[in-house]
Design a protein around this ligand. Structure first.
Ligand code: UFG
Length: 341
């Protein structure tokens, strides 16, 4: 019998790509989303790519009664919980929004899983939990550093909520995936990242600058202690990231977890500087980007990239797409959104 996975936040960027990969792997998907930072185009894109009807429920995971009705109505044993607010700067300005949204929705999902006896949950965590790491690459054993934003703090607290709940409630199994920097779009250009307003993240700012929506990209700092002076990150293709969720669900469904609560880094294992990313984007897409060097951005770590040995071995998952392919897909998506060519 086909297994069903509940995907909270499934209309959003990572959620929609994951829904496509789950369906491709033979799972049925129920998406629940309040569309606070997305719209139905994500769900429609999933349907176009897969050729399958997707069950969609518009509900806020913070509204426990509305969320309970989803548990009453649908049979699923596994949940992937994406639904959360994710802008670091906004979380500093509006911490209570972040604590309310991210913690309430997560407590609700875990409580409802316990109440209904649903077993497997994947939580969207972040490399932000490592802060400025003492040594690179970071493994899952690298220490978590005190969070530098309320957003980052909610990721740490939710990891702890999951660890403690799994320890207390025998039937529950959990996997926290610590994402590095997700970028790119589905190769079909039917789904991708749709930031509202001015993008906070590098790649949407690059593609919007290339499309003429933004005048000039600011590179935040060229005087960091790195080879070219810009910060280094581990940019993971969105489709590869989506496939990691399928691997995590497969592992729990097949009873292959070694511990009831597990953590995996999801990255490429390779650090790329901001300048390298910008010049690669220009090269693979045959265009010139208008950019300037600007002051450092508060709160940025100098460099981080993942040791992915554990995910490679235990999940049987590897990042496959090259940064070149990913940056081509990012540009194809931006052109699709803007109606270019
Ligand atoms: N950058 C620029 N110009 C921009 C945007 C970003 O130079 O317009 C630089 C940043 O300074 C950083 C790099 O590009 O060096 C990547 O920045 P992003 O904002 O794309 O990504 P971050 O690494 O800052 O953010 C990621 C995740 C967050 C997470 C954070 C933790 O997107 O969810 O890591 O540090 F919280």
């Amino acid at each position: 019998m086909k297994q069903t996975v509940l995907v909270s936040g499934g209309a959003g960027y990572i959620g929609s790509h994951t829904a496509v990969e789950l369906i491709g792997a033979g799972y049925d998907v129920v998406i629940v989303d309040n569309l606070s930072n997305s719209d139905m185009s994500g769900v429609e894109g999933v349907e176009k790519i897969t050729g399958k009807h997707v069950t969609f429920v518009e509900a806020d995971c913070c509204d426990k009664e509305a969320f309970r009705r989803v548990f009453e109505q649908y049979e699923f044993d596994s949940v992937i919980h994406f639904a959360a607010s994710k802008a670091v700067g906004e979380s500093v300005a509006e911490p209570l929004k972040y604590y309310r949204n991210n913690l309430t929705s997560f407590v609700n999902v875990v409580e409802l899983m316990h109440e209904f006896g649903r077993r497997n949950i994947v939580f969207s965590s972040s490399a932000t939990v490592y802060g400025e790491a003492d040594s690179l690459p970071v493994t899952e054993q690298s220490p978590r550093k005190p969070a530098t934003s309320p957003y980052g703090n909610t990721k740490q607290i939710c990891e702890d909520i999951l660890r403690d709940s799994v320890a207390a409630y025998g039937s529950l199994r959990g996997i926290a995936l610590r994402y590095f920097n997700p970028i790119g779009a589905h190769p079909s250009a039917l789904i991708g990242e749709l930031p509202r307003g001015v993008p906070n993240n590098l790649v949407p700012f690059i593609t919007q600058t290339a499309a003429g929506v933004r005048e000039c990209l600011s590179i935040f700092g060229d005087d960091y202690p790195t080879a070219d002076g810009s910060c280094i990150r581990d940019y993971i293709d969105i489709v590869d990231l989506a496939r990691a969720h399928v691997a995590a669900i497969d592992r729990m469904v097949k009873g292959q977890s070694k511990q009831p609560y597990e953590i995996f880094n999801i990255g490429t294992g390779r650090g790329v500087s901001v300048f390298e990313l910008v010049t690669t984007f220009e090269r693979v897409n045959g265009l010139k980007l208008n950019y300037k060097v600007a002051p450092r951005r508060a709160g940025d770590v100098v460099a981080i990239w993942a040791d992915t040995t554990l995910a490679n071995r235990e999940l049987g998952w590897h990042a496959e797409r090259s940064v070149e392919d990913t940056l081509r897909a990012a540009w194809a998506w931006e052109k699709h959104v803007r109606g270019i060519e």
